[in-house]
Design a protein around this ligand. Structure first.
Ligand code: F6P
Length: 331
């Protein structure tokens, strides 16, 4: 890669707490290396529309603790087309952008890969509350979203316990169960339904609530990943099987908002730093990932072929915490 002078940074796909911290780190690292940094607003669509903002050291002050993304975000249909991408390349030429840092999830990186094939160097920073990007152990926003959902469920538990009720709580995660399993384990859920584990309703829900009741509990918490089913339907089936009337809560977009946790701020800062360094040191065309706690750089073509699976030992641990090997534990 030739010496670079100016880079663009954008956020794309669903927002995630910590995206702003990553933007701040990119801008400050760029400036420290004598590079100019241009913010592209509204994700890939902004690159098509030449929708940009100048970013300075000062303009990214106070961003570390802010949720959402000040660059706005979008899911661009147009960028999925060859013509859309050609327009994006034209914007890069017009603005003199030597590379793009794209902050987002899988969809964002598929776009980045296509752009790199058209000759625009890219670096991806994984940020999604779903934690479902194959090449990285961790995505920015996951910890914050888990903590938000945990806080909501802790509050729900107070009222469920007082009224001796069953609660069915749906959490996000797209087609993955990382968020649901983490949250379910952290709140000591009676049952957790994830798409990666084929649900046997009688065994995984009815029997677990029944066993819990037999152990003396009078309130129950069922956590459902959105990819594993609909909380309303599950509540109805519980009613039909056990004669109780569960209350349904879909936590929804609250999980995506709020100030990022320390883990997300710190990870976003390191990832932003290494993303710029990749360009500065003449590489690019990669995804910045975490593997066993360290930050690594994976060539984008290779990264997009990598898969990540829910660790089923964690599912087993969640189960054991409630009833061991089918045996009831003390309350
Ligand atoms: O990818 C993040 C995510 O919040 C998923 O968990 C969820 O399925 C999806 O985005 C919701 O998308 P939207 O905000 O477009 O409704």
């Amino acid at each position: 890669m030739e010496t670079i002078k100016r880079i663009g940074v954008l956020t794309s796909g669903g927002d995630a707490p910590g995206m702003n911290a990553a933007v701040r780190a990119v801008v400050r690292t760029a400036i420290a290396n004598g590079l100019e940094c241009i913010g592209i607003r509204r994700g890939w669509q902004g690159l098509i529309n030449c929708d940009f903002v100048q970013l300075t050291r000062e303009s990214v002050a106070h961003l570390l603790s802010r949720g959402g993304t000040v660059l706005y975000t979008a899911r661009s249909e147009e960028f999925m087309t060859e013509m859309g991408r050609q327009k994006a390349v034209a914007t890069c030429r017009m603005l003199g952008l030597d590379g793009i840092i794209a902050i987002g999830g899988d969809g964002t990186f598929r776009g980045a890969l296509e752009l790199s094939r058209l000759g625009v160097p890219v670096v991806g920073i994984p940020a999604t509350i779903d934690n479902d990007v194959g090449c990285t152990n961790y995505t920015i926003g996951f910890d914050s979203a888990c903590n938000t959902a945990i806080e909501c469920i802790d509050k729900l538990r107070d009222t469920m316990q007082s009224h001796e009720r069953c609660s069915v709580v749906e959490v996000m995660g797209r087609s993955a169960g990382f968020l649901a399993l983490y949250v379910g384990t952290a709140v000591g859920a009676t049952a957790v339904l994830v798409p990666e584990h084929k649900v046997d309703f009688e065994r995984d829900v009815v029997e677990r609530i029944r066993a819990s009741r037999l152990a003396g509990y009078t309130h129950f918490m069922v956590v459902v990943a959105e990819g594993a089913g609909n909380a309303m339907d599950i509540g109805q089936k519980i009613h039909e099987a056990l004669g109780i009337s569960p209350r349904i809560t879909v936590i929804g977009h609250i999980q995506r908002g709020g100030s990022p946790t320390g883990r997300d701020r710190e990870t976003a800062t390191r990832m932003g730093y290494y993303a710029v360094q990749s360009f500065v040191e003449g590489r690019g065309n990669c995804i910045i990932a975490t593997q066993e706690g360290s930050i690594v750089e994976i060539p984008i073509e290779e990264a997009m072929k990598m898969e990540k699976h829910l660790q089923m030992d964690r599912y087993r641990i969640m189960e054991v915490m409630q009833f061991g090997n089918g045996q009831l534990h003390e309350r």
